[in-house]
Design a protein around this ligand. Structure first.
Ligand code: FAD
Length: 456
């Protein structure tokens, strides 16, 4: 038995946990970071980074397939998935090494093993009792499934999808949200047939309806099939593949079924309830300053109800470290966090949707403008279609920006500044955008909403 005492103990070293540890050490605290697997968590090892590497390999495949249209002589002979995995893992392992080095250099004590909260100030890791004046819970999330739908064999989650060393001929994808469409996009670019099943009436249902419509059109054009508004009923599997049955009796045959129905909080059997931490359906409840009901115990990242995104986790971690240090950081609002759906095309948004804005400010107080990317030179060059929709309060600030098109995730930063800083379109319209960029489309939309449409 051994025991160690720190200013801060962080349970879980994913985006939320490691950022809390890094910032706290920077602020002079002694920090223990407890991790049962690998520092970096879901995002680095089985989430954001590896999937984006696959998407890049998908984009390269599309470019090779379409090369002749641009006058380039190239042919797509096929996808060498083990080589793609090598490229992907090269990126992951270099980022992993970098993070390990940073944690060491900052003097953070990394404790490897599974931790359990045993009191408001202690975490037990094997024989070691780790005591902290403050404790941050950051244990992350896991791939959910539906009741009665067992993962195994040909029914897989995103983790197993990342392990596949071949391109499946046909995949059924359960869930038309961010993770489902991301894998669908990759597989389609690599030549798979894909059929997405979404119980809600539209793909990317968390986004604006007009964006979903354009997204569905783009996916249909790419040959990606989908069924929306019908719920999954059951699946059977054998050596050859799976047969998925929907509630309306329709069946879909495929080689694999990817289950992408969301992520649940990884909080079971970690002692949280026993110590008295207030929870709701597995999520840890906090106030807006990320304090749980127990003084000195905080929660960050995917276990806190709301958006499950790496950059939210990072910001949570930084916030808690600064709050503990008495720096009084600005409260984080989920509404002002940018969201990106990574696929071909991409979807990016920040702030309120039109319906929510009207609910909040009243129908008559809201104005919107949707700029069609067809009018943007760079989008023409990239051969992408899509739009940028801006929602403003009349005589007031920009409250929401919603985009769809190739690489629009790279444009969300400027929109985020406008929304977070309560800028009026008249404030941002005079900003000069480099030509030719897709950013100009955002500038044109701001100009139009400021009453000065240039090309519109
Ligand atoms: P996690 O990253 O899950 O980290 C939790 C850590 O805690 C893990 O390392 C785990 O091993 C450890 N842990 C758990 N229990 C214990 C214990 N008892 N003792 C010790 N250690 C423990 N987000 C984006 O913003 N952009 C994207 O592009 C994106 N793509 C994604 C793609 C996929 C396929 C998936 C699955 C997720 C993606 N996400 C993306 C979501 C993102 O990965 C998560 O929001 C983020 O990782 C959450 O961070 P976290 O710190 O809360 O949890």
């Amino acid at each position: 038995m051994s025991s160690h005492t720190f200013d801060l103990v962080v349970l879980g070293a994913g985006s939320g946990g490691y950022s809390a540890a890094l910032r706290a050490s920077q602020l002079g605290m002694s920090v223990a970071l407890i991790e049962k697997s690998k520092v970096g968590g879901t995002c680095l090892h089985v989430g954001c980074i590896p999937t984006k590497a696959l998407l890049h390999a998908a984009e390269v495949a599309d470019a090779a397939r379409d090369a002749a249209r641009f006058g380039v002589k190239a042919t797509l002979e096929g996808i060498d998935v083990p080589a793609v995995i090598q490229y992907r893992e090269g990126i992951v392992s270099s980022k992993y090494k970098g993070l390990q080095g940073l944690i060491k250099a900052r003097g953070i004590t990394l404790i490897e093993g599974e931790g359990r909260l045993t009191s408001p100030t202690t975490v037990q890791v094997g024989d070691t009792t780790v005591t902290g004046t403050n404790i941050v819970l950051a244990t992350g999330s896991y791939s959910r499934t539906l009741p009665g739908l067992e993962i195994g064999g040909r029914v897989i989650t995103s983790e197993q999808a990342l392990q596949l060393d071949y391109v499946p001929k046909k995949v059924a994808v359960l869930g038309g949200g961010v993770i489902g469409v991301e894998f669908s996009s990759v597989w389609r670019s690599w030549g798979s047939e894909v059929h997405i099943i979404e119980g809600l009436p539209r793909l990317v249902p968390a986004e604006e309806e007009s964006v979903s419509k354009q997204f569905e059109r783009a996916f249909r054009k790419r040959g990606i099939e989908f069924t929306t508004g019908v719920r999954f009923q059951s699946v059977t599997q054998n050596d050859q593949g799976v047969v998925v049955t929907l509630e309306n009796g329709a069946t879909i045959e495929a080689e694999l079924l990817l289950v992408a129905v969301g992520r649940g909080p990884a909080t079971a059997n970690l002692g949280f309830e026993e110590v008295g931490v207030a929870m709701d359906r597995g999520f840890v409840l906090t106030d807006e300053r990320l304090r749980t009901n127990i003084p000195g115990v905080w929660a960050v990242g995917d276990i806190v109800p709301g958006l499950q995104l790496a950059h939210r986790g990072y910001q949570h971690g930084i916030f808690v470290a600064e709050e503990i240090a008495g720096l009084n950081p600005v409260v984080i609002s989920d509404t002002n966090i940018p969201k990106v759906t990574y696929s071909e095309p991409e979807v990016a948004s920040v702030g309120l949707g039109e319906a929510k804005a009207k609910e909040q400010y009243g129908d008559a107080a809201i104005a919107t403008y949707e700029y069609n990317l067809a009018g943007n030179g760079k989008s023409h060059i990239l051969e992408t279609s899509g739009s940028i929709k801006i929602i403003r309060v009349i005589d007031g600030p920009v409250v929401g920006v919603h985009m769809i098109g190739a690489r629009v995730g790279e444009l969300i930063g400027e929109a985020q500044l406008a929304v977070n800083w309560d800028a009026h379109p008249e404030d941002v319209a005079p900003l000069i955008h480099a030509h030719p960029t897709q950013n100009e489309a955002l500038g044109e939309a701001f100009l139009a909403l400021a009453g000065k449409p240039l090309h519109g």
